[in-house]
Design a protein around this ligand. Sequence first.
Ligand code: CA
Ligand code: CA
Ligand code: CA
Ligand code: CA
Length: 300
Amino acid sequence: MKGFLRSILIMVLLAAVIVGGFYAYLQTSSEGDGLITEGRLDDKNKIDEAREKARALNADADGDGLTLAQEQRLGTSDNNVDSDDDGVPDNADIVPVGIGRKVSKTLNWEHKGKPHSVEAYLPIDVSDYYEKKTRPEHTFDSQHYLPYVHSKDIGIERLAAELKAIIDTNGSWDYYDEVMFIVHMVQQMRYATSAIAGFDLTTKYPMQTIITGRGDCEDTSVLAAALLKKLDYDVKLIQLEIDGRKSHLGIGVWANGVKGTSWDKGGRTFYYVETTTPGHEFGELPMEWQEGISAVLIDI
Ligand SMILES: [Ca+2]
Ligand SMILES: [Ca+2]
Ligand SMILES: [Ca+2]
Ligand SMILES: [Ca+2]
């Protein structure tokens, strides 16, 4: 009997060892599987993260041709086409953060018998942009002039502000004095350069005309119109057809009841103002064009 009981006890112990071992095996193997699965998930997440990061760095959210990675290196923003707000897109700006060196020009002119002087400057990055930019050949299409008149560079904005400050300190000037103060500056600048050579093949940006000190009638008219427009005067470009040929560009400035040459557009009267040579006053059409001309007024 004792032997029988011992046999039972041994069998129970053996069974316990086997079941325990099997349980332990199950535990180990399930833990092992868990570790492998978690490890794979971690790797997958890391790969996804890296892919996402690479995708973001190669994206060009603002469409200026520079990726986020390139913009980060330059210090520019991928949510702004012109990060330093100087009128030059990030991908064409040789100083994409800030304005860099300046090219300056002192402008001297007379108005109402008194000398005036301002120092105009053009940042090197803006002048470089204008020099490299392909400017379309000049056409008489009215749309041709708009990008030039509306060019947004800090040089022209600063110059307009300086002219405005001088106008504001001369409380006695009337509307015509103010307009002609700006036009005289443009006329004088033209006068200081070579003789009128007719149209060149392209149009200059307003600050290019100032810095180079050169320009023909469409350049000086675009410059005068851009400055007047920035200072909220109602101005248009006027294309003159002389003997049936589109030949000359001036500006038209809104006025009321003045003597001079004018044309109507949109219920308002615009007086001719010549921008190329000094001595011409508000509403004065140069003598040689008094006959046989017609005009097209261009909205800007
Ligand atoms: Ca970009
Ligand atoms: Ca950008
Ligand atoms: Ca810029
Ligand atoms: Ca810049």
